[in-house]
Design a protein around this ligand. Structure first.
Ligand code: N2P
Length: 352
């Protein structure tokens, strides 16, 4: 009798564990995204609507994301790489091929942007465009004289006004940093020829006299509090800060810049694919995409969301620049092994 009671208790414990996991009683979705890149209300709304929990972690560069994804024992369900890193993850065999029948809102995406996205994910098989944007220069109007910014180009980074002041930062991103030097020097952002690399190195050595750190996250608060006066910055991140502080400015450099698209992908190792599809589909809803764009200040590839976005957002040239400016911008492409040369130059500059 005693044995039967013990056996029943064990069966009950095993069933309870299987049903409710570690006693938390809720399915958990693991998401890994860039910092400041989602409206937090959307996370709680999704949790409430689906009776689940989202464990949300953030990264501040594609490189850090990739290192974590490759090394961590904890598996993420959904991550948000930029285009070139979709290609890398795809080549590493880490991505789940998406089943569009589970994504009823996929039709909301802009056809033209999907075509662009197929340059890094042929046939759009593994990734869903999430947001796109441009990289520029954010500055403090309180400290940087207007005539310096008025020159309007990447070489503001070399201005002698900043000499010895320790007030300038660039992103912690090899492709963005070398890319800015390439564009400034008249080369393609994807040119890794010896000639282009030599020129980019020369330019970076000059900029580096003013650069105090390569950082993709803390600059946002530092330009606010005056620790940094000029920072290479992503447009939406800068606009989020500018919303609270009229003493901040942002320019898209006149020579052109990088235009990137970040994407939702599901890892093959995801243990919760059904819930992951629900989340992706939720983010593809037009009203949700509109709210998310208004919060993050990044442009959306969700065409159905565009008519819902206010005039202020749509007409903002720092979010949606005119076609003539976009002509001067380039997507950062996957370069395969050739990226090593870019990484080497970047690491050498950082150590300098
Ligand atoms: C969001 C950063 C945008 C990502 N904080 C740049 N690809």
């Amino acid at each position: 009798m005693k044995q039967r009671i013990i056996l029943s208790l064990m069966v009950f414990a095993i069933l309870a564990f299987a049903l409710f996991g570690c006693g938390k009683g809720k399915e958990t979705l693991y998401i890994f995204n860039w910092s400041d890149y989602i409206d937090p209300d959307l996370i709680s709304e999704f949790e409430a609507a689906n009776g689940c929990r989202i464990k949300y972690s953030t990264f501040d560069s594609n490189e850090n994301m990739l290192t974590k994804v490759k090394s961590t024992s904890q598996s993420f369900d959904i991550i948000f790489p930029s285009g070139d890193h979709v290609s890398i993850l795809r080549e590493l065999g880490l991505l789940e091929e998406l089943d569009r029948t589970q994504l009823s809102n996929y039709k909301n995406l802009d056809e033209g942007l999907l075509q662009k996205a197929s340059s890094f994910d042929s046939g759009n098989k593994y990734s869903i465009p999430y947001a796109w944007g441009l990289t520029g220069l954010m500055y403090s109007k309180q400290y940087v004289p207007e005539e310096i910014v008025a020159s309007g180009g990447w070489n503001i980074l070399a201005d002698s006004f900043f000499d010895g002041k320790n007030k300038v930062t660039m992103l912690d991103d090899a492709r963005e940093v070398i890319g800015a030097a390439l564009i400034y020097s008249g080369y393609s952002i994807n040119d890794s020829s010896d000639e282009a690399m030599t020129k980019a190195t020369e330019v970076l050595k000059i900029w580096d006299r003013n650069i105090t750190q390569f950082d993709s996250d803390s600059y946002k608060n530092e330009v606010q509090d005056g620790t940094t006066w000029l920072a290479q910055a992503y447009n939406g991140d800068a606009l989020q800060q500018m919303a609270d502080n009229p003493k901040l400015g942002f320019i898209l450099p006149k020579e052109g810049t990088s235009l990137w698209m970040d994407n939702m992908v599901m890892l093959k190792s995801s243990k919760n694919k059904d819930l992951a599809y629900k989340f992706m589909n939720f983010m593809l809803d037009a009203e949700i995409a509109k709210r998310n764009s208004e919060y993050t200040q990044y442009a959306t590839p969700n065409q159905a969301a565009l008519p819902l976005l206010g005039e202020d957002f749509m007409a903002n040239p720092l979010i949606n620049p005119d076609p003539a400016y976009l002509e001067k911008c380039e997507m950062i492409n996957y370069l395969g092994d050739r990226v090593r040369r870019i990484d080497q130059i970047y690491e050498a500059i950082k150590l300098n």
